[in-house]
Design a protein around this ligand. Structure first.
Ligand SMILES: [Ca+2]
Ligand SMILES: [Ca+2]
Ligand SMILES: [Ca+2]
Length: 127
């Protein structure tokens, strides 16, 4: 269940690959899943926690890193950008680092939290 809903948000959150998974209904469902305190916004803690849980879903063999083969939907250019040390794998640390950069791109009003609207706008502008 976690993987099903989370996979939608993964398109946004996990290496930001555009695609059918990123459709707005999927984003909204994944957002609700990630918004643990139900205040309608994702703070940094919720954002990172959600992403760590996503990473666990993708990292099938639990070695703490993900190869391109694990995430075929991710654009290889994005994957390469996230793979900061160029070893062919995106580690949890690399992924979180990449994700935190995106957080501030998405948080257009700079209030330190992401609204679903901010995510939708980000998705639309990017695609
Ligand atoms: Ca929240
Ligand atoms: Ca790496
Ligand atoms: Ca915001």
């Amino acid at each position: 269940m976690r993987y099903g809903k989370a996979a939608c948000f993964a398109a946004l959150a996990l290496l930001a690959a555009p695609g059918v998974e990123a459709q707005e209904s999927g984003v909204a469902a994944a957002f609700a899943d990630a918004d643990q305190n139900g205040d309608g916004a994702l703070n940094v803690d919720e954002y990172v926690a959600h992403f760590v849980s996503l990473f666990g879903g993708v990292d099938a063999d639990r070695d703490g890193r993900v190869s391109q083969a694990d995430v075929p939907q991710v654009d290889p250019a994005r994957f390469g950008a996230a793979d900061a040390n160029g070893d062919g794998y995106v580690s949890l640390g690399e992924a979180v680092a990449e994700r935190m950069g995106l957080f501030f791109d998405i948080d257009s009003n700079r209030d330190g939290a992401l609204s679903v609207e901010e995510i939708m706008v980000f998705e639309r502008e990017r695609n």
